[in-house]
Every structure is written in structure tokens, then in C-alpha cells.
Design a protein around this ligand. Structure first.
Ligand SMILES: NC(=O)c1ccc[n+]([C@@H]2O[C@H](COP(=O)([O-])OP(=O)(O)OC[C@H]3O[C@@H](n4cnc5c(N)ncnc54)[C@H](OP(=O)(O)O)[C@@H]3O)[C@@H](O)[C@H]2O)c1
Length: 275
């Protein structure tokens, strides 16, 4: 038997489970009071990680932390706007002060300003570049020296399939910032490989969860969204946030020891790019 494989009874049958060996790892997840970040943090809490989570709204953040603590996780919360100068560095610094180390960083926070390219302003571009790119680079720059000291680590960026291929009209800012993120991650992976720090991206497709943007679109235009699914989603449904969380946990774990510099589509076949 593979030394890291264990047998588990699942629905009356013996199956092999993959031990991700993430217990007690210290992980920062940015933008984690709701949405994908929260699902990723909850998934990591279930794996036994110690977590630092952040968002602007303190109330929602504490509510998220309560659920993770109830599942047995140690959770540090930092209500903050990561676009405020000094905030990304403070988040990583606080995590290292509190837990004594940082093993993994999930740069999840992100947003969009939709609009025709000619109508977009410098301030639109600057705001989304800050949130979708610069904040992540600042978190990573602060975390890397500590990971090097510990002998390694893992960094994950939540990009989008629209960083790998054209998302369509109105998405120039989103597309460009997500492409930049994937590009930066690849070079970071090359530079950090000798230090045993793996750097990867997940490119989610359209993921629906209660209160999320796809959920709102389904509520406001159910027929239009049925047509969208038929035309764009080969598996016939939106992705689930848990499906992103599972891949995130795997990529952070040593079971993905050969995976670095990768950008993994997690999209049920939605994306059309060959690369
Ligand atoms: N959902 C999808 O289908 C999908 C598809 C592809 C890629 N993605 C990417 O996945 C990531 C998460 O998306 P999501 O849909 O889960 O987002 P979301 O539902 O809008 O959640 C965003 C999270 O980030 C926090 N946040 C937002 N701005 C912040 C700031 N300035 N400082 C600190 N925290 C902030 C929010 O809390 P507060 O508002 O309280 O700050 C919230 O916890 C993004 O990078 C997105 O581009 C999502």
C-alpha cells in the first residue's frame, strides 16, 4: 500500500482516501467572510488548518469565523480593507505574530468594474488593479521571507478562466487584471521553486453560491440563465463553491508537490482555450 493512503468505509465500500496532511498548517485566506474565500477557508478548517481570514465587514467576518471555530479550527480575524496602504502587510504580519509562522497563502479577494472599454476611467482601472493584482503581490511579498525561513510553503491565486481567454465585451479590466495575475504567478513559481515554495492559480468558471453574483443573476433572469447554461456550461450546471475549495486544499497540500507554475481550470469544461 502507498504509505500515505488510508482505507475508509464509504457507503459500505472500502475506498482509498488521500491524506492531504494539512493539519496545523497556518493559512491566510483573503476575502473570506463570504463567497469562494469563505468556502475555501471552511474547507481548510475541516482539514485541520489554523486560519487567518479577512474582509471589510467585521460582523460578517466574525460570523464566518464562528462557524470555523465550531468545527474545531483556530481562527484569527482581521477586519480590513486590503486596498488601504499597509493593510496586506499588516495582515501577514499579524498572522506571523499570532501563529509564529505562515505556511500557505490564498489570494482570493477580487472584483470587477464592468463597462465598455472607451467608457472606463483611470480610476476604474486603478481600483481593480489594486484589488485583483497589487493587493495579492503585497501579501505574497510579505509572506515569502517567512515561508523561506520555514523551509517552504504554498501560494495560491484565485484568478478566473477570463484571465486565460476573452470573457467578452465589457470585461476589459477584469480580463486584463486576471491575466496579469496568472502571469506574475508563473514567474514567482520559477523564482521560488528553489526555496520549496509552490505558486499556482485556480481559474474558476461560473460558480454559483447563495448571495453570489451568479445566484443574483439566476434570481433576476431565470430563463436567460437557463440559456446561458445550455450554451456555456457543458456539465449542465454552475460550479459549486465546494468544488473550488477541494481543489484549493489539494493544491496547497504536499500531495500536489510537483504542481507549481500551473493555472488549473476548475470550470466543468466551460473555458474554450487550448492553453
Ligand atoms: N464567483 C465566481 O463565479 C467566480 C468566477 C471566477 C473567479 N472568481 C474570483 O474568485 C474570487 C472570489 O469571488 P467571489 O465571487 O467569492 O467574491 P465575493 O462573493 O464578492 O466575496 C468577496 C470577499 O472578499 C471580501 N472583500 C471584498 N473587497 C475587499 C477588500 N477591499 N478588502 C478586504 N476584503 C474584501 C468580501 O467581504 P467584504 O465585502 O466585507 O469586504 C468577501 O468576503 C475573486 O477573485 C473572483 O474574481 C469568482
Amino acid at each position: 500500500m502507498h504509505p500515505q493512503r488510508k482505507e475508509l468505509q464509504h457507503r459500505g465500500e472500502a475506498i482509498w482516501i488521500m491524506d492531504l496532511n494539512l493539519k496545523d498548517k497556518v493559512v491566510v485566506v483573503t476575502g473570506s467572510s463570504r463567497g469562494l474565500g469563505r468556502f475555501i477557508a471552511e474547507g481548510l478548517a475541516a482539514e485541520g488548518c489554523r486560519l487567518a481570514i479577512c474582509a471589510r465587514s467585521a460582523g460578517k467576518l466574525e460570523e464566518a469565523a464562528r462557524g470555523m471555530r465550531a468545527a474545531g479550527a483556530e481562527v484569527l480575524t482581521m477586519p480590513t480593507d486590503l486596498t488601504v496602504p499597509g493593510s496586506p502587510e499588516a495582515l501577514i504580519g499579524l498572522t506571523i505574530d499570532h501563529f509564529g509562522r505562515i505556511d500557505c497563502l490564498v489570494n482570493n479577494v477580487g472584483g470587477n468594474r464592468r463597462g465598455n472599454f472607451v467608457d472606463t476611467t483611470d480610476s476604474d482601472w486603478q481600483a481593480v488593479l489594486e484589488l485583483n493584482l497589487n493587493v495579492h503581490l503585497r501579501c505574497a511579498r510579505k509572506a515569502v521571507p517567512s515561508m523561506m525561513q520555514n523551509g517552504g510553503g504554498a501560494i495560491l491565486f484565485i484568478a478566473s478562466i477570463f484571465g486565460r481567454e476573452a470573457g467578452g465585451p465589457g470585461l476589459s479590466i477584469y480580463n486584463a487584471t486576471k491575466s496579469a495575475l496568472i502571469s506574475a504567478a508563473k514567474i514567482m513559481a520559477l523564482e521560488l521553486a528553489p526555496h520549496h515554495i509552490r505558486v499556482n492559480c485556480i481559474a474558476p468558471g461560473s460558480i454559483r453560491f447563495p448571495g453570489g453574483s451568479w445566484d443574483r443573476r439566476v434570481q433576476s433572469d431565470p430563463e436567460g440563465m437557463k440559456a446561458f447554461i445550455a450554451q456555456n456550461l457543458p456539465i449542465g450546471r454552475f460550479g459549486r463553491a465546494e468544488e473550488i475549495a477541494d481543489v484549493a486544499a489539494f493544491l496547497l497540500s504536499e500531495r500536489a508537490s510537483l504542481v507549481t507554475g500551473a493555472c488549473l481550470n476548475v470550470d466543468g469544461g466551460q473555458s474554450r482555450s487550448l492553453i
